[in-house]
Design a protein around this ligand. Structure first.
Ligand code: AMP
Length: 283
């Protein structure tokens, strides 16, 4: 079975040894309940690195009041088996006290980029993510770390913080892994009933349609707001609950699209029963 370490000291001991042997190290942070999306990140890391380390930590700091920290799916044995099958070299699975010992009060916040979209609807979420990712990057100091485009804003937040804090770790992006019907794999899809599961692919379908329409208008008027309003309406008609945002944004800053010449991204978050689904598509 894959070697598992629970302390920062043990983690560093392994990585120091590998570095001394001249090996490149790739890091894949996760919250567990691993699916093909997570495993695709491990494959990206393995293709580039001699050694791949996965981390499994359900980070309490990124769950808000009333969110699903207690219900979040957990199956550490199954996760370890999947990582072993994927050829991952090491699993770091710290307890909460290892990451946040008594007295821990430091938080990493990202102004503006961390306050909009996900940050608006989940206050404190990105501070939680940024704090734990900063710590994991500094604990492991890998050559690179891999994150999924599924969580596009998170990927940009992490790129930003490594630049702003001069953390010498490259951030690699991996494409979103989807079910055959387009639904992005996510641990929280487990919350969907079978009826909701039938509706769920409408999210990706609508994002793709809007991306195509906006792309078609790229030479002239993007009509981005009109397109986004149409997308929101499609989700509501399909049976989604609250659509928190459906929007076309600049792919690098996530600010409203200003010029058609810049890369754009369509992003949405919407509730379906007990599941909050997020997804995004490139224009
Ligand atoms: P999580 O365990 O949900 O925090 O996700 C850990 C990492 O897996 C993050 O970098 C996510 O963006 C990535 N990830 C989650 N779902 C997918 C997916 N369907 N395709 C690609 N990457 C994903």
């Amino acid at each position: 079975m894959i070697e598992t370490v629970k302390t920062i000291t043990e983690l560093r001991r392994h990585l120091d040894q590998w570095r001394a042997g001249g090996e490149t190290i790739g890091l894949v942070p996760t919250m567990g309940a691993l699916h093909e999306g997570h495993l695709s990140l491990v494959r990206v890391a393995r293709a580039k690195a001699g050694r791949t380390v996965a981390t499994l930590f359900v980070n309490p700091a990124q769950f808000g009041e009333g969110e699903d920290f207690d219900q979040y799916p957990r199956d550490a044995d199954d996760d370890a088996q999947k990582l072993e099958n994927e050829g991952c070299d090491l699993l770091f699975r710290p307890a909460a006290e290892e990451i946040y010992p008594p007295g821990h009060v430091t938080r990493v916040t990202i102004e503006r980029l961390g306050d909009i979209l996900e940050g608006e609807f989940r206050p404190g979420f990105f501070a939680g993510v940024a704090t734990v990712v900063t710590k994991l990057l500094l604990q492991a100091l890998p050559d690179f770390a891999v994150f999924g485009e599924k969580d596009y804003q998170q990927l940009l937040v992490i790129r930003r913080l490594t630049r702003d804090l001069d953390i010498p770790v490259a951030i690699e992006a991996a494409p979103t892994v989807r079910e055959d019907d387009g639904l992005a794999l996510a641990s929280r899809n487990a919350y969907l009933t079978s009826d909701e599961r039938e509706i769920a692919p409408v999210l990706f379908g609508t994002l793709s349609q809007v991306a195509e329409n906006v792309g078609r208008g790229a030479s002239g008027n993007l009509r981005a707001e009109e397109q986004a309003a149409w997308g929101r309406d499609q989700l509501e008609r399909a049976g989604f609950g609250k659509v928190e945002y459906f929007t076309v944004r600049d792919a690098e800053t996530l600010e409203p699209v200003a010029r058609a010449s810049r890369p754009a991204r369509v992003l949405a978050a919407a509730w379906l029963g007990k599941a909050r689904l997020i997804d995004n598509v490139a224009v």
